[in-house]
Design a binder for this molecule. Structure first.
Ligand code: ATP
Ligand code: ZN
Length: 402
């Protein structure tokens, strides 16, 4: 049953253009942001039909609006799109992965995870220890580059994100932070009246101050901003940090695969182009034996960021043409799919130019980052090896079984 006791209804749409298989996942994930009426969105394997589930019935006028928005998504993402050449740098998908269930079921049963709201989970000792184990491996990688540790805030100023075009590229996934206005009447009223309904907090929107800060969507941005508007000290640098990151993913928020609030460890390189690209490649090579020892079945392949609809086609093609992003995609045996647990990114001189970070010769600095999602890697490991440490590869069993 949906809210207000209304029953969900199915709605089938024919996309204005057939959706090619390489875009089915991308378009499907964007349908989550099309209309609040949508509870579920699926695209058939041949890309010819879109199946929506709506929270409740809608009238013809609303349906016409919804249809128009769906077609807008399809047209802007599909029209003129070309199939990116996927470059595979490593393929270890055939590593033994004896577990075949969705670990989420057992994790929930055992009380190892509990959902606070969709996309927000409390994690128990099994996952916490595994995440700490993976963290140690990534910190070792950072140490191998003599990358010193940094600590960055969870909040990021709105004007920072504006300066790097984030509002344009990823508006759908932003999470805003605000507070009550500094006004005694507003605060008194809130203190007396604030309450929650099934959708969240009920309070007059005018009680809240203008948004100055957001919850940070990535770690590396903070480093780039700390280097802005001056020459890069020493001409090149490596750094590492771990942080809470936030990406609102609407109805796509599911299990530990796609979180609103997750933890990312990044190793970040700033300097000349060759410095960044060589270190990105060295990082890949150094992690190869580590993932082998951990027993992770994965493939490393070229990828693109989930740009919003209007930016998607152009930006994805650009990333693909210049091989700007590679992802470690771990196998999820239970769904016969893969999940990105880490990415190796090269931003060219985008941040150097946008933020005026200069190299000794006066040209803008290049940047790159190696970013691992700690919840995702722990989840993928459990999806492959199960919850019982007796069945884990020896190294993990000895180090992460408390
Ligand atoms: P860039 O700096 O180029 O924008 P990034 O540093 O922001 O990249 P991403 O590639 O976007 O990094 O994400 C890095 C990793 O973070 C992913 O491979 C994944 O493991 C994890 N991650 C990203 N989004 C989520 C999410 N919604 N839930 C859980 N983990 C996530
Ligand atoms: Zn990054």
């Amino acid at each position: 049953m949906a809210e207000n006791g209304a029953s969900p209804v199915a709605l089938e749409l024919v996309p204005a253009l057939p959706i090619p298989d390489h875009l089915i996942g991308e378009v499907r994930s964007k349908l989550a942001y099309v209309d609040e009426a949508i509870a579920r969105a699926e695209i058939t394997g041949d890309g010819d039909h879109i199946h929506l589930t709506l929270h409740q019935p809608i009238d013809d006028a609303r349906q016409a609006q919804l249809d128009e928005k769906v077609q807008r998504v399809v047209t802007s993402m599909v029209k003129g799109a070309f199939r990116p050449k996927v470059q595979v740098l490593e393929d270890h998908l055939d590593r033994p992965a004896p577990y075949t269930q969705d670990p989420m079921v057992e994790l929930l049963q055992r009380g190892e995870v509990s959902q606070e709201i969709p996309g927000v989970f409390a994690l128990g000792p099994r996952l916490a220890r595994l995440m700490a184990f993976f963290e140690d491996r990534f910190v070792e990688l950072a140490d191998s580059f003599q990358a010193p540790p940094y600590r960055f805030p969870t909040l990021i100023p709105a004007h920072y994100l504006e300066r790097v075009n984030y509002f344009h590229a990823f508006p759908h996934s932003l999470t805003f932070a605000t507070h009550l206005r500094e006004d005694l009447d507003v605060i008194d009223h809130f203190a007396g009246q604030a309450a929650c309904d099934e959708h969240g907090l009920v309070a007059p929107p005018a009680s809240f101050a203008q948004v100055q800060a957001l919850l940070s969507p990535a770690v590396c941005y903070h480093l780039y901003f700390s280097l802005a508007d001056r020459p890069l000290p020493g001409g090149q640098l490596a750094a590492t940090a771990v942080g809470n990151c936030f990406r609102y993913e609407a109805i796509n928020l599911a299990s530990l695969e796609r979180l609103w609030n997750f933890t990312m460890r990044e190793i970040i390189f700033v300097g000349p182009k060759d410095f960044v690209l060589e270190n990105r490649e060295t990082a890949r090579q150094r992690m190869q034996p580590v993932f082998k020892e951990i027993g992770l079945a994965y493939r490393m392949e070229s990828a693109n960021d989930p740009f919003f609809i209007g930016e998607f086609r152009k930006q994805a093609a650009f990333q693909s043409a210049f091989q700007l992003k590679f992802e470690i995609r771990a196998r999820l045996p239970f769904s016969d799919s893969t999940l990105a647990v880490g990415s190796y990114n090269y931003h060219q001189d985008f941040f150097g130019r946008s933020l005026n970070i200069s190299l000794p010769d006066g040209s803008p600095a290049h940047t790159g980052c190696v970013a691992f999602g700690l919840e995702r890697i722990a989840y993928a490991f459990l999806a492959q090896h199960g919850l019982d440490p007796a069945n884990w590869p020896q190294w993990v069993r000895e180090a992460a079984n408390g």
